[in-house]
Design a protein around this ligand. Structure first.
Ligand code: ATP
Ligand code: MG
Length: 548
């Protein structure tokens, strides 16, 4: 027999790794508490329509990544039996779930009134009925009931026993010929729909739609207060599994949502959420992250920008990748997400969202950045950050980390002023984020590894002519107490990078230009950051990093 394994894209988390997961969650809970967020737990599956409307039909998530199924209809036995009992009340004493030999019968009814249907005799008579409820009638059911009646007669000595099969009238699909009345088994039909209808359900691919649904369902807006809610839990997307990308993954997220009168539209809320995230990452001891922010404006701004882009793309789209050619027509904004190398120059030259913002959106964004500046939270404006979900308005953001490689987004989020209304709720502007817990774990593990084993720098001479100078530089650093690995000028640059990545936290490149100018190129592997460093400062920078 073939062995069973965890499904592709899912994983077991084992000790000691689970300790790290717990530490991350504890830190998150501690920080959220300090900002007065409370926990919300929503179901892991929801009506498919929630995501279709709340996330957007056009998004990658909804159009290709959701786990959706048709939940089969179910027969509601207890609904049918209580309805039947109600219709027969006054005639019956009932006992349900009575054991009969090996079997349980749904109901044992003792009628102490006159039989209503088959016996017109006026004298009161007590009849025991064994009643079973069935969505469909099969000969098997009739046979079983006949057996049970006989068993009951034998065990109780009660001669007045009726077996009764009750079926919903519209579903008596396979009614068997004629139940044998000699064996005292009757079929009764009862009107009513006792089928719980089928439903399309989806494993949640993200949690914001669920939180907003709960906000609406429980009328949280009526409190007049801002709701500050966080969640921690699994999400599901059918993606191609790779490092940092799984089909079941965990997100830690939070939402600030409420009626406008509670201040939910204020740019201060955006800045506070971003400041909280910077604090959280710092407390998790994740170093080297970058905060990218942008504004996608109001729905009207975005519509306007889409038209500006559409016009600008009319000339260049033909030279771009297939996806972009399609997006240029259907959803021009998505062109900004394109990762194809050859398209980058065209995209950089496109008009910017910033120029399509109206005065209000501009002022809102300026207020967010002003608050961040004042609080000392560093950020980079990224004009291309539009994010994958349709519901974003105004502020969008992403925290990235170079150490994660292709899956470099640690977390993403933004403002979603129209989401509640899009899923049938009241006006409830909000802002939120979701961080990939799996990616936090990967980042922390990589940092630990880098700290534990790697030397401070790898010196890579560019060409054999640089070997002697590289030895001199290594000597200088080693004498300063740094741990240094010395490469070789015969290595191609790519080989030097590979060797360096395995053994050192940074690579220092030494070519003729560097030697002459005294400005060296240094790349830190964990963050992916590359910088120019004066040779005179190299020792100090490496020593500081070694201590950190
Ligand atoms: P990506 O560009 O990496 O696909 P996304 O835009 O689809 O990210 P969001 O929907 O914004 O991601 O989700 C927020 C965060 O959840 C991401 O920044 C990432 O850290 C994490 N995440 C998203 N999809 C996955 C996945 N399949 N596996 C692990 N983490 C994920
Ligand atoms: Mg994705």
């Amino acid at each position: 027999m073939s062995t069973l394994k965890a499904v592709r894209g899912t994983r077991d988390l084992l000790p000691p790794e689970t300790a790290l997961w717990n530490r991350i969650e504890e830190t998150a809970r501690r920080v959220f508490a300090r900002y007065n967020f409370g926990e919300i737990r929503t179901p892991v599956f929801e009506d498919t329509a929630l995501f279709a409307r709340g996330v957007g039909e056009e998004t990658d998530i909804v159009s290709k990544e959701m786990y959706t199924w048709e939940d089969r209809e179910r027969f509601d036995v207890s609904g049918m039996s209580s309805s039947w009992l109600h219709q027969n009340s006054g005639f019956t004493h009932s006992e349900s779930n009575v054991k009969l030999g090996e079997h349980t019968i749904d109901l044992v009814i003792t009628r102490d009134a006159t039989l209503r249907t088959h016996d017109q005799s006026p004298s009161p008579i007590t009849v025991t009925e064994l009643v079973q409820f069935k969505p469909e009638l099969k000969q098997y059911d009739v046979d079983r009931l006949i057996e049970l009646v006989e068993e009951f007669v034998t065990s109780t000595g009660n001669a007045l026993v009726l077996g009764k099969l009750v079926v919903p009238e519209t579903r008596n699909l396979q009614a068997t010929g004629h139940p044998d009345t000699q064996h005292r088994v009757f079929v009764e039909q009862i009107a009513g729909n006792f089928f719980q209808s089928s439903q399309r359900l989806t494993l949640r691919p993200e949690n914001t739609a669920g939180v907003v649904r709960a906000y609406i369902e429980h009328n949280l807006g009526e409190t007049g207060q801002l709701q500050k809610l966080f969640y921690i839990g699994p999400q599901f997307r059918r993606e191609r599994p790779q490092k940092g990308r799984y089909r079941q993954f965990s997100q830690i997220g939070a939402e600030v949502i409420g009626p406008p009168s509670a201040g939910s539209e204020s740019p201060l809320r955006d800045a506070e959420v971003l400041e909280m995230l910077a604090t959280l990452l710092d407390e998790l001891e994740i170093t080297g992250w970058t905060l990218n922010i942008n504004s996608v404006g109001s729905a009207a701004d975005r519509a306007r920008y889409n038209e500006v882009l559409r016009a600008a793309l009319a000339d260049v789209a033909g030279k771009m990748c297939g996806d972009c050619q399609r997006r240029a027509v259907t959803n021009p904004l998505r062109v900004l997400d394109c990762k194809v190398e050859a398209d980058q120059a065209y995209i950089e030259a496109l008009p910017r969202m910033a120029d399509s913002l109206d005065e209000e959106s501009k002022a809102h964004f300026a207020a967010v950045t002003a608050a961040l500046d004042e609080a000392g939270v560093e950020y980079t404006r990224n004009h291309r950050l539009v994010r994958g979900l349709d519901y974003y308005t105004r502020t969008t953001f992403e925290f990235t980390h170079g150490g994660l490689g292709a899956q470099n987004a640690l977390l993403g989020g933004g403002r979603y002023d129209g989401l509640s209304e899009a899923i049938g709720g009241p006006k409830a502007p909000g802002i939120g984020f979701a961080m990939g817990e799996d990616r936090l774990v990967l980042t922390l593990e990589a940092q630990e590894e880098a700290k534990a084993e790697k030397v401070d720098a790898y010196i890579a001479p560019l060409g054999e002519g640089m070997n002697a100078a590289a030895l001199a530089l290594s000597r200088e650093l080693r004498r300063a107490g740094l741990r240094v690995e010395l490469g070789d000028g015969s290595f191609r640059l790519k080989k030097s990078f590979e060797a360096a990545d395995k053994t050192a936290r940074r690579i220092v490149i030494l070519g003729e230009d560097e030697l002459k100018s005294g400005i060296l190129t240094v790349k830190e592997f964990a963050s992916g950051e590359q910088s120019k460093v004066a040779r005179t400062e190299l020792k100090m920078i490496l020593a500081m990093a070694a201590k950190a």
